[in-house]
Design a binder for this molecule. Structure first.
Ligand SMILES: C[S@@+](CC[C@H](N)C(=O)[O-])C[C@H]1O[C@@H](n2cnc3c(N)ncnc32)[C@H](O)[C@@H]1O
Length: 303
């Protein structure tokens, strides 16, 4: 990995000795450069620690004493390069490690998919209670990206068949890696589909969706970190509601009578609510933070 600052790299490698040194220096360097933490972390200390621990292949619960141990020169170089890569290119940590955690499960990620962070994880981990009448047997993860939502749902509902749908063949290739890594090839499949277009004739007990929902002009204004994510995963027309609107208009045809649609639109929830005054979207109170997750029953969706 090349760095824009060879002198700085050299100085860091010479003066820092332990993993703890690199975590402290990395946290300061990232904070002083004003990196945006929002892709799995909310502070630079946690992000620097994660990058250091991953590079050294240390476990999550590594006892702190080992962070004081001396490092080999090649290890010091690797740590300095990774932390400088994060600082200088604004590449989010998950793209450096090719790993992101979602609903307490690990997922392979690269720049073909956005980094999993949907607050829908909280609902999945609670078995989508109290919204489902029975455990779902057919689940659709629409706009699946890495497949994190559908795969997490498959792990919570062991009798369910899960379809992961996305318009991006690149995203589906990543989702396939995750299906295999989680050993779910017998229950989870992928389909390339422009929203519901390739799903004609199918119906589901549960549709989970985190579609693109950022207005065009707002995408331009996002911190640099977001520019590393696929633009088609974020942008949804002038008001951010192109995809969510179509999903609400079409979902009923793809849901069983007791079926439920759960979706996310983040900060644009009031706009979506106003766009469908006669649809009783229930906005979930999230315990772990985040906003804009709705639940709606099939029978309450437009015909
Ligand atoms: C916000 S990302 C969500 C990814 C994943 N569900 C997650 O939570 O990390 C939105 C996804 O929608 C996909 N997408 C964009 N337009 C689409 C369309 N018209 N039909 C299906 N998927 C689409 C993108 O490729 C991207 O993977």
């Amino acid at each position: 990995m090349a760095t824009e600052h060879p002198d700085e790299l050299d100085r860091v490698i010479r003066h820092l000795h332990s993993a703890a040194d690199f975590v402290r220096w990395g946290a300061t360097a990232l904070a002083q450069a004003g990196v945006h933490c929002g892709h799995g972390f909310d502070n630079t200390l946690d992000e620097a620690y994660y990058l250091v621990r991953d590079a050294l292949a240390l476990p999550h619960d590594c006892p702190p004493v080992y962070l004081q141990a001396a490092l080999l020169p090649a290890e010091r170089e690797l740590l300095a390069e990774r932390l400088l890569l994060r600082r200088d290119t604004r590449l989010p940590a998950a793209y450096i490690t090719n790993e992101a955690w979602f609903a307490s499960l690990p997922f392979y990620v690269d720049q073909r998919v956005i980094i999993p962070r949907s607050p829908i994880a909280e609902l999945i981990e609670q078995g989508c209670a109290p919204w489902l009448v029975n455990p779902p047997l057919r689940i659709l993860d629409l706009c699946c990206g890495s497949g994190c939502i559908g795969i997490a749902a498959a792990s919570v509902f062991p009798d369910a068949q899960v379809v992961l749908a996305d318009l991006s063949a690149d995203a589906l290739a990543v989702a396939q890696i995750n299906i295999e890594q989680h050993g779910l090839g017998d229950r989870v499949t992928t389909v390339e589909s422009d929203l519901f277009s390739a799903l004609a004739g199918q119906s589901f007990d549960l549709i989970l969706t985190n579609p693109p929902y950022v207005p065009h002009d707002d995408v331009e204004a996002l911190p640099e970190e977001f520019a590393h994510e696929p633009r088609m995963a974020l942008e949804s027309g002038a008001d951010g509601l192109d995809h969510p609107r179509q999903i609400i208009e079409q979902a009923r045809k793809f849901l069983n009578a007791d079926g439920v649609l759960i979706g996310e639109v983040g900060a644009w929830w009031q706009a979506l609510d106003a766009a469908f005054p006669s649809v009783p979207l229930v906005w979930v109170e999230l315990q772990r933070g985040g906003e804009g997750v709705f639940v709606v029953r099939a029978q309450d969706l437009p015909k």
